[in-house]
Design a protein around this ligand. Structure first.
Ligand code: SF4
Length: 297
């Protein structure tokens, strides 16, 4: 649900399908990750308050039905804390049944917020942050131009958790290609162990038209993993995840990019999840005519 005619495409996590999508920025302030083409067609800008209020007013007639609001586009935490607090306060006043506000956030913007600011945002209603960690490996993060080191990427996630905001982390299987698969899996597992997110989504790399990574592939500079290789990498990743017994991390690999759907709660279901991944790997080992673009148009 959104009420906006501004430029650019609107993206939201699958779990925000029934949320009011409030676009507080247009595009992504980083907009330079080599695997991503989501916001390449638009120039990044923050929305002035009048544009934000116009959207909120348009949603008012549905106030009794709005329980979740997602702040779009690519990294809402780029806004100043004062502006975010103003928006969150208006949302609480306008939507009496509101249960949670969530957003995507980039690591640089997470690092630019102090612990006190993040706690203030949580208290004002920001309950969930979706964070594209993608990899915990220095070499892979540099290769895909994520804009942060592995240490910074980890610290960014830790700050959200420490502030009591729920954290949903996304990683991309296959992002390091064949060459960096093992280090990508192992160092991403270590990053997850250090961050301890509430949710972990493992997507599979898709090569999007308009992304630098697709160009690198077509120039022969990047070798994607075959489907069974993706499962081998996932096995290595999940094997390395060691979360405290009392923790409860929802693992999902159910995105349209994934070859076989996988779901578990970690650490409780780790052994079963590893068995599922091994079974999926055996099943995919027979696939020889796989699409290296992974279903890109
Ligand atoms: S992956 Fe996220 S941070 Fe990177 S360019 Fe795309 S939207 Fe921006």
């Amino acid at each position: 649900m959104y009420f906006d005619h501004a430029e650019g495409n609107v993206f939201r996590p699958p779990s925000e399908a029934y949320s009011f999508i409030l676009r507080v920025t247009i595009g992504c302030s980083h907009n330079a990750c080599t695997y991503c083409n989501m916001y390449r067609s638009v120039k990044f800008r923050t929305r002035p308050m009048d544009e934000i209020i116009t959207q909120i007013n348009a949603a008012k007639p549905y106030a009794q039905h709005i329980r979740r609001i997602f702040l779009a586009d690519g990294n809402a935490l780029v806004l100043s804390t004062d502006k975010l607090l103003t928006i969150l306060t208006i949302l609480q006043q306008t939507f009496p049944r509101l249960q949670r506000v969530s957003c995507y956030a980039g690591p640089k913007d997470m690092l630019n917020k102090t612990r006190a600011e993040l706690i203030a945002l949580r208290e004002a209603g920001l309950k969930l942050v979706y964070y594209g960690l993608e990899s915990g490996d220095e070499v892979v993060l540099r290769a895909v131009n994520k804009g942060v080191s592995a240490a910074e990427a980890i610290e960014a996630g830790q700050r959200i958790v420490a502030a009591g905001i729920k954290l949903s982390v996304m990683v991309i299987a296959g992002l390091g290609g064949k060459e960096n698969s093992s280090r990508h899996a192992n160092n991403t597992a270590q990053a997850i162990n250090a961050i301890r997110p509430n949710m972990l989504s493992a997507l599979t790399l898709m090569l999007y038209r308009g992304s630098e990574l697709l160009d690198q592939f077509e120039r022969g500079e990047f070798t994607p993993l075959p489907p069974a290789g993706i499962m081998g990498e996932l096995y290595e990743l999940v094997s390395g995840i060691e979360l405290p017994l009392a923790s409860h991390c929802l693992f999902r690999s159910t995105h349209i990019s994934n070859h076989i759907a996988l779901a578990a709660t970690l650490p409780k279901d780790k052994d079963r999840l590893l068995d599922d991944i091994r079974a999926a790997q055996a099943q995919l080992a027979h696939v020889t005519d796989w699409d290296p673009y992974n279903n890109v148009e």
